[in-house]
Each structure stands twice: as structure tokens, then as C-alpha cells.
Design a protein around this ligand. Structure first.
Ligand code: NAD
Length: 327
């Protein structure tokens, strides 16, 4: 790290789940951080040297946010779990298009050197994810395109935007495709939470109220892989520092069904649950990450086990539920 002047970094979506953890991770590595978000962090104060409440759908806010920084980690997004992204297509496509088009153009105008974009496994075509035991998805599988929902389309377009800004304007862009990141300090109630957090909450309630019934959307045989936040942060950092400009998967490659995920969490909670399968949005039937390219490019892959990550996450969510119940 430069001893005279710290590298100045903007993290957008700094109050969100991954953004909040990323601010702490980069601070601990000696960076100067400006955090920007439309809301304040929900669960802990930000440690960023500078923090601004800004709506990044607006061009002038993107210009001021990117002023005087060397690098941008673009995480801001109007998003949530399956419940949210399957019910808000117009809003997601509109808001995230504005955020991403304005943020990258503002970064270019302000001569930012490096730009990190957080894409998603939702860019992969639905026709490759129709069975629970699917072949893991390789980066090149994204085309011919048929992404999941408006959320996936917007991510795919912004990946292309990053490519063209690099090729035509020389902005060094890095693109990650996350596969279900989970951990503490993320949404766990209210409609934006994802499967691991939602199941931790339901199982914590079952434990604390001694009512073992836990609702699961669909038959619970839909499958995914889940990656713990600490691995996600290391992967982000390694990719940003690499010279690899193409989209790269970042996730675990151990696939489990939602029923299995619930059983693991119930084991951690130390209770027996009765699963009640109810109608609800399930997304694609099966999805897993092929990590061949991740290993080649980063000489590394996620190593924290699902059980280890879920233990920390469950303990944190049980504590949140406990506090809420006792209020
Ligand atoms: P998150 O919802 O916790 O964080 C996103 C943040 O963006 C929120 O704090 C939100 O307030 C902020 N934001 C929304 N609209 C904004 C606006 N107009 N102006 C400024 N800020 C705004 O999500 P996360 O899980 O931390 O995800 C971070 C990024 O990674 C997102 O781009 C997301 O699409 C992507 N991603 C996440 C996952 C995952 O499993 N968590 C998977 C795939 C992709």
C-alpha cells in the first residue's frame, strides 16, 4: 500500500449486507473509504471515513459520490430474495438501470481507475436450470441469454456496459457473479431476506416459541449453493486486484436443497422441526457454481463450510429474534 497517500475507494450500497462488511474489510487493509447509500446501516454504525446518504439513481449524486476516488466498488442495488425479485420487475429494472448507468459514467468522468461491478448468478439462462441436480454453471453458459427475471436482465446488460467502458474508454472493470452470499448483518425479516436468513429466522422462532412448524416455499427440493460472507470478501478483493476483466463466478460449489438447508439450520439450533410446504416463489429449480475458472484466475476458492457459516449466521439471527420477542 502507498505510504504517502492511501488509495481512496468508494463503496456504493455501503449500508447493505455485503457493502457494510466490505467497508470493514477494506478499512482493515489500509484503504480510505467513502461509503454511499440511500439509507443508513441497519445493524451497526459504518466505520467508513466518509459516509453520505445519496440516491444513486440521480446523476448529480453519482458525480459527487465518485469525485476524488481511485476505485469504485459498485454494490448499490434495489434487490432482495426470491419474494422481492419475483414481484417487483419494473421497479428493479428501472432503479438498477439508473443506478448502474449513472455510476459507471460518473466514474469515467471523474477518472476513476478501477471499477468493480457486482453481478449475479441470476444472469444464467433459465433453460440450464430446470432440474434440481443440474450441471454447475460455467461463466460462458450465460449466452444465448435468457436470464432470470428483470433482475437478471439488468445485471447482464450492466456486465456488457462494463465491458464496453473498458474496451472503449480504458476504465479497468472487474465483474463478479455472486452465488447466494449469506452471513450476519443482513436482512432477516421484512420481505427482502434470502433463503438462509429467512430459514434461520423461522427456525429461531420455532425454537423460542416451542412451535416446531416451519414453512418452506414449494416442495423444498429446489437446490442452490451458499457462500459465506468472509469468503465472498476475500474473493472480491482478489478479483479487484487481478488483471482478469471478464465475469467470474464467486460462490461455493456444494449444492444443497432448501429442505437440506433447513435440516442443517435446525441441527445448529438444536431442535426438531416439522416442515410445512406452502406455495411461494422458488426461482429456478437448481443452480450451482462451476468454480473451475475461479480457481484458475484467483488461485483460490471459498473454503468456509456451509455449517460453519450458518452457525455464525443462525446465532446472530436468533439473537435478533430473541430481542424482538422480548420487546
Ligand atoms: P443489499 O440489499 O443488502 O444492499 C444493497 C444496498 O444498495 C442497500 O443498502 C440499499 O439501500 C442500496 N441502494 C438501493 N438503492 C439505492 C439507491 N438508489 N442509491 C443508493 N443506494 C441504494 O444487497 P447485498 O446482498 O449487499 O448485495 C450487494 C450487491 O451484490 C448487489 O448489487 C446485489 O445485486 C449483488 N448480489 C448479491 C447477492 C447475494 O447473495 N447477497 C447475490 C447476487 C448478487
Amino acid at each position: 500500500m502507498n505510504k504517502e497517500r492511501k488509495t481512496r475507494v468508494l463503496v456504493t450500497g455501503a449500508s447493505g449486507f455485503i457493502g457494510h462488511h466490505l467497508v470493514n474489510y477494506l478499512l482493515d487493509r489500509g484503504y480510505w473509504i467513502r461509503g454511499v447509500d440511500i439509507k443508513k446501516p441497519e445493524f451497526a454504525e459504518t466505520r467508513a471515513q466518509e459516509f453520505s446518504l445519496l440516491d444513486l439513481r440521480r446523476w448529480e449524486n453519482c458525480l459527487s459520490a465518485t469525485e476524488g476516488v481511485d476505485e469504485v466498488y459498485a454494490l448499490a442495488s434495489d434487490m432482495g430474495g426470491m419474494g422481492f425479485i419475483s414481484a417487483n420487475h419494473a421497479r428493479i429494472l428501472h432503479n438498477n438501470s439508473l443506478i448502474n448507468i449513472h455510476t459507471i459514467e460518473a466514474a469515467r468522468r471523474n477518472n476513476v481507475r478501477r471499477y468493480f461491478y457486482t453481478s449475479s448468478a441470476c444472469v444464467y439462462p433459465e433453460y440450464r436450470q430446470t432440474a434440481a441436480d443440474i450441471t454447475p454453471l460455467k461463466e460462458d453458459d450465460a449466452y444465448p441469454a435468457q436470464p432470470q427475471e428483470a433482475y437478471g436482465w439488468e445485471k447482464l446488460i450492466t456486465e456488457q456496459l462494463c465491458r464496453h467502458y473498458r474496451e472503449e474508454y480504458g476504465l479497468e472493470t472487474r465483474i463478479v457473479r455472486f452465488h447466494n452470499i449469506f452471513g450476519p448483518l443482513g436482512s432477516w425479516e421484512g420481505g427482502r431476506e434470502k433463503a438462509p436468513a429467512a430459514l434461520c429466522r423461522k427456525i429461531a422462532i420455532a425454537k423460542l416459541t416451542r412451535r416446531p412448524e416451519v414453512e418452506i416455499w414449494g416442495d423444498g427440493e429446489q437446490s442452490r449453493s451458499f457462500c459465506y460472507i468472509a469468503d465472498c470478501l476475500e474473493g472480491i478483493y482478489r478479483l479487484m486486484r487481478s488483471d482478469y476483466p471478464h465475469p467470474l463466478n464467486l460462490g461455493q460449489d456444494r449444492m444443497v436443497t432448501i429442505n437440506q438447508l433447513a435440516d442443517i439450520i435446525a441441527g445448529i439450533a438444536g431442535i426438531k422441526i416439522a416442515k410445512k410446504h406452502v406455495p411461494g416463489p422458488q426461482g429456478v429449480r437448481g443452480r450451482n457454481s462451476d468454480n473451475t475458472r475461479l480457481r484458475e484466475v484467483l488461485k483460490w476458492e471459498p473454503r468456509i463450510s456451509l455449517e460453519e457459516g450458518l452457525r455464525v449466521t443462525y446465532d446472530w439471527i436468533e439473537e435478533q429474534v430473541r430481542r424482538k420477542i422480548s420487546v
